[in-house]
Structure formats: C-alpha cells, structure tokens
Design a protein around this ligand. Structure first.
Ligand code: PHE
Length: 341
C-alpha cells in the first residue's frame, strides 16, 4: 500500500510538472484527487487495514495529497507567470531599431518671405494691416492719384468684376483705407501683405497673380532720409549686413518723388558678375514719398503731413535671395522644390 501511494504521488507530480495550461491542471486535479481518484480508493481501503497501520498509512495519504495540491498551486503560478512573460516578450519595444520618421511640413518659401519682411517692420513698430483682394476702383486707383483716364493705369491692368470693382493690382489700396480710417490723424505706420493681380503678360519672372508687402508711414515729419534709412535697414536684413543701397529716380503716380531701389550685388559684392549684369547693383523694389494728391484725397493736409511708401514684390525678393529663375516654381507645389527652403 505504501509503495502504491508513493508511486501514485510520484506519477502525479511528474504529470503535473508537464502541464502547460491551467485547464490541464484542472483535469489532473480531478484525476488524482477527485471522487473517482485512486486516492479516494486508498481512503476507502484505509478502514480495512489493521489498526496499527492505519495512522501511518493515513499520514502518508495526507502528505501525498498535500504534495499534489502544493504542486498544483506551484504549477498554476508558473503557468500564469509564463503567460505574462510571453506577453511581455511579444510586446517588447526594441529601442535600438531605427524609428519611423514622421513627415514634417513647413511653411512655403512664399509665406516664409512675407513673414521675414513682416518681422523686420514689426520690429520697427509697424502694424500689419490687410485689405480685400476684390477692391473698388476708387481705392485701387482713383484715390491713389490714378483717375479713370490716367495713362499709368495701363501698367496695372487687371481683371474687372464690374466698372467699379476689380481684383486689386497692388496692396496700395490698404494705404488709402488705413488713412481714411484714421480719423484723428494719429501717426500711421503699417505694412500690408497680400495677393495682387495684373493683366496676364507672364514671363519667367512675372505672373498674373503675385504677392506684395507694402509699407506706409504718414506723420508730421517724415522725410526722404527716413525712407532711405528704412530701405537700407530692410535691404541689409534681407540681403546681408554689408549691403549698400542706391536710389534711382522713377515714377509712380502715388509717390513723388519716386525711387527705384537697388541693392549692391550680394554675389560679387559690387564688383560685377552675371547676377548683377556687371553693374554691381540689383533692382529690388519701388518706393517714394506719398504724393500730395493721395494725402489730400485721404483728408490729410500736405502742408502738415508727409509720408513714404515702400512696395516689396514677395516673389521677386524670394527669387533674388534664393537664385530661383522661374516664378512658376513658386506656384506648382512640387515638394522637391518646396522642401529646399
Ligand atoms: N504699388 C506699387 C506697385 O505695385 C509699388 C509701390 C508701392 C511703389 C509703394 C512705390 C511705393 O507697383
């Protein structure tokens, strides 16, 4: 009997040791300790044993049962731990693997250029003002000293929506709107960025739609030297601290005098190269002192007020700074181009 019990316990422990699922344990528990198990048979046989053997065998049966129960608990813990370890293994992150790159967008060079110009002027205390792209003839032309029959309108022909409404040809109408708004005649210091439209005579460097940033100052003592100082600062910020500027007489109906502004060539430093067509200078923008007729039209007395205006072409500045030779590259949204800036 003793041998039988030991053998059974041995067998049970061995079999339990091989179990790999909780379900296996349940089955084995029933097999070894359940109602129909051999252990139960032993218990029943116990009462037929001689009295002096009963305690010894009884003890053996109990120890055996305990061993089996113990093993079941042990295996249960092991199986559960294995399960967790397996799961951890499957879900392990290998931090040494190369990561998946998240594609990061950035601002278009057109926007970057506008923002750079804005930053320069905001740094000088200018306020950013925007206006409508669909504009009235009176703000776009008439009040800017371009009456209906003015020949200079031809330089800025546009798309008309009606006799009096057109797509603005420059951001200068924002000048007019801002001056009119300013009823108590406080000093005006604004920049107006935005899109403008002209008749379609496209070449590599022009487009029927482009961006401008216009700067305007109107105050009691605003002189040409203020304009020149502002232009020099802007040119140096945009094209390099060593740059010089040169003003050439020009014509705009809304400014008098008007100037064309050149910057000393940033490629050859003024000695002459293909970039500056051997002149040492590159034309960057137009500017001038606000024409008295514009001041008057906006309710300002030209004997009391003076002002200057500067007109940046956004694409022109971007193209010059980055050596872009075809304006269409700025509009075609080719990532190979866009991501270079
Ligand atoms: N508005 C002018 C244009 O579009 C540019 C300009 C602005 C010139 C301000 C002088 C002063 O051509």
């Amino acid at each position: 009997m003793e041998k039988k019990i030991n053998k059974l316990v041995e067998e049970a422990l061995q079999e339990l040791g091989k179990a790999s699922k909780l379900n296996d344990l349940m089955v084995l528990k029933a097999k070894y300790l359940g109602k129909k198990s051999q252990f139960n048979d032993f218990m029943r046989e116990l009462k037929d044993l001689p009295n002096n053997e009963k305690p010894k065998v009884g003890k053996l049966v109990n120890i055996g049962k305990n061993k089996i129960n113990h093993k079941i608990e042990e295996m249960k813990e092991k199986i559960e731990a294995d399960k967790i370890n397996q799961k951890l293994k499957e879900e392990t992150i290998d931090v040494t693997l190369p990561g998946k790159k998240i594609a990061q967008g950035k601002k278009h060079i057109f926007t970057q250029t506008i923002e750079e110009i804005e930053d320069i002027f905001v740094g000088l205390g200018y306020e950013i003002k925007e206006g409508p792209e669909i504009e009235e003839d009176k703000y776009n032309f008439e009040m800017l000293n371009l009456p209906k029959d003015h020949p200079a309108r031809d330089m800025q022909d546009s798309l008309y929506i009606s006799e009096e409404i057109l797509l603005r040809t420059h951001t200068s109408p924002v000048q007019v709107r801002s001056l009119l708004e300013n009823a108590d005649k406080k000093p005006v210091k604004i920049i107006s960025p935005g899109r403008v439209y002209r008749k379609d005579d496209d070449d590599q460097t022009h487009s029927h739609q482009f961006g401008q940033v216009e700067a305007l100052v109107v105050d009691k003592k605003t002189s040409l030297s203020d304009l020149k100082g502002t232009l020099l600062l802007a040119a140096q910020k945009l094209f390099g601290e060593e740059r010089q500027i040169r003003l050439r007489p020009s014509y705009f109906p809304f400014t008098e005098p008007s100037v064309e502004v050149d910057v000393s060539c940033y490629k050859c430093n003024g000695t002459g190269c293909s970039m500056c067509k051997n002149t040492g200078w590159i034309e960057i923008l137009g500017a001038g002192m606000v024409n008295n007729n514009v001041l008057k039209a906006c309710g300002y007395d030209p004997n009391e007020f003076q002002g200057f205006a500067i007109g940046f072409g956004v694409e022109r500045i971007a193209m010059l700074r980055h050596g872009i030779d075809d304006i269409r590259l700025l509009y075609t949204n080719d990532l190979r181009f866009n991501s270079q800036f």
